[in-house]
Design a protein. Sequence first.
Length: 277
Amino acid sequence: MHPGTPHMHHPTGGAPLESLLPALVLLLWAAGYLYLARLARLRNPVRGWSRRHTACFLSGLLLLAVALLPPVAPWAHGDFRGHMAQHLLIGMYAPLALVLGAPVTLLLRVLPAPRARRLTGVLHGRPARFLAHPAVGLVLSTGSLAVLYFTPLYNAAMDRPAGHWLLHVHFLLSGCLFAHAVAGPDPAPGRPGVRTRLVLLGCAIAVHSVVAQLMYGGFWVDVHAPVPEVQGGAEIMYYGGDIAELLLAAALVTTWRPAPRARPAAGPRAARDPARA
């Protein structure tokens, strides 16, 4: 942490273009999802498509819009507290909502049977099974925080527009990966049991807490921003991260369906005893 050092940011001359492009992309995503949802209802009116999934996905896009458009985006460029709020929106809150929209399941519903089988084969492949493990998402999303804020990487990324957008992409993809591995309704053949997922979610909570406390205390932090901004960003990470992870835990409990237990077969003794049969 560098007291009194101004927060590094790139010039804002291209601000209108920077706002237009994300807005256009998000509108296209929303239109594409709504089109696929309508197609799913037309192909199978009885089964239809859940409005709850649609509402979740559109809410995720709305959260992305809040993070990437004014007034949050300019605030994030000039203030570390704004960056942290943007980080939480892009990397934790929006991914959970997007994942609960079940986009892969929707795609499987509308694809022709041969393409759906190919996609299912990809999901059952070794790379997809590896990525679907929550430990991988934990390392990429939560584990990368120490690399970002305790090395010069953050300052270098914030000083270059391309680096800033690469951070956004990393936050979004790794957040979606972790949310999907922990509580996503989409198929994930490599996903472990609920106990393992809860343990890894607890690890994510602990890492967030430790990083935020170290940042607040100024230990090992390499962020070119005034001390009050860094401490304010640490508080946003601490409390905002806890809320997001509690929502993820609630989603895990809500989407979990225990496997039905098989009834034990009657042994020879039970078969001979009418009173026990």
